[in-house]
Write a protein that binds this ligand. Structure first.
Ligand code: BGC
Length: 352
């Protein structure tokens, strides 16, 4: 039986509790998040009694299981969904959009009550959205954000994630907060290498742009020694850093990594090259993976940025329940954001 048909009006109202903070925007794509959050908060304040809906079948598609951050996220989703009594099936897209399309079609054939999808490719969003719309399945997209225009095609669709510009800006701020603002050799410019995630992913694009922009906005001169895609992967991060350290040596003052897994790889290369983080080189990542938090505490990473997997998982489930309760989302109000948090040695323990 479809879960949606079993819900009372009271339960529906109570499921719209969304406690996510909308964060700073700028581009059209981000518009409406604040209103959506405010509306949700108002509904929460209306005092609907808590209800544990549960009992539905949920299909979750992850772009690939072999991703450090998405593993944390997947575990959080599983805990929350199962804790609420849902039956959940997770599928590994193996970084292959065709494979994920099959998985979505299979879930539809099984008549799942709702889908949570972490697309393999954002460029496939149109096709994914058309498919779930035709099947009439309430869907929450996570982690890889389509455009507002793409999402407008289906009003039972929501994106829950973060504004990646915020994380990039925070990475730049972590460097600006160092005693020499990243200019270790005092030559008047910050010389860096950028280890990028998969450039198809908006998180990679924005983090790359906004980390450097924070420096230039603060009046720092910058020099990009190298920019390479590391596809969010630790081994690739290690290889890129190793090659660049051999090529540019002491010229490198900062290594920006779009995520922590690549930063951990870069740290291995830094240590192998006998360089010392926070003394002769700075290193920043994003995610606040446990391994990175340890390195921040130990002084082997300058800092990282919390990419709140638990918060996003909770937000995704709340949005899913709102959809199951019959809520539809107007165009421009389909993105719900969770804030990033800057992580330094001073506050790292709070996230461990
Ligand atoms: C995370 C990365 C992860 C990627 C997957 C990003 O938000 O920071 O660690 O690999 O999402 O899409």
């Amino acid at each position: 039986m479809k879960l949606t048909r079993t819900l009372t009006a009271m339960a529906m109202a109570s499921m719209m509790v969304i406690s996510l903070a909308a964060c700073g925007g700028g581009a059209d794509q981000k518009g409406g998040a604040t209103e959506a959050a405010t509306e949700a908060a108002t509904q929460a304040a209306a005092g609907a009694e808590a209800a544990a809906p549960g009992g539905g079948n949920i299909g979750v598609c992850i772009y690939k299981f072999d991703d450090a951050f998405m593993t944390t996220y997947r575990n959080a989703l599983q805990e929350i969904l199962e804790g609420k009594g849902y039956t959940v099936t997770f599928m590994d897209g193996k970084n292959d959009q065709a494979e994920q399309n099959n998985q979505i079609n299979n879930f539809i054939a099984q008549e799942v009550d709702a889908l949570i999808i972490n697309p393999v490719m954002t460029s496939a969003a149109d096709q994914i959205i058309a498919t779930v719309k035709e099947a009439g399945i309430p869907t929450v997209l996570i982690n890889r954000e389509p455009t507002a225009e793409q999402m407008a095609a289906y009003d039972k669709l929501v994106y829950v994630g973060c504004d990646a510009r915020q994380s990039g800006t925070m990475q730049g701020e972590l460097i600006l907060d160092t005693p020499n603002k990243g200019d270790i050799n005092g030559d008047g410019k910050v010389s860096y290498i950028m280890i990028q995630g998969d450039p198809e992913n908006v998180d990679a694009q924005y983090r790359t742009e906004f980390s450097v922009k924070a420096l230039t906005d603060a009046g720092m001169e910058v020099e990009e020694l190298d920019l390479q895609r590391g596809d969010w992967d630790r081994n690739k991060g290690q290889e890129i850093a190793q090659n660049d350290l051999a090529k540019f040596g002491d010229e490198i003052e900062v290594i920006f990594c779009n995520n922590d897994d690549m930063a951990i790889g870069a740290l291995q290369a830094i240590q192998a090259a006998n360089r010392k983080v926070n003394e002769d080189i700075y290193l920043v990542g994003v995610d606040a993976l446990d391994a990175a938090l340890n390195e921040v505490v130990n002084g082997n990473m300058t800092g990282t940025v919390l990419n709140d997997a638990k918060g996003q998982a909770a937000g995704a489930v709340e949005a899913m329940e709102a959809l199951l309760g019959g809520k539809t989302y107007a165009s421009g109000e389909q993105s719900i954001y969770v804030d990033y948090v800057k992580v330094t040695p001073e506050n790292a323990a709070d996230f461990q």
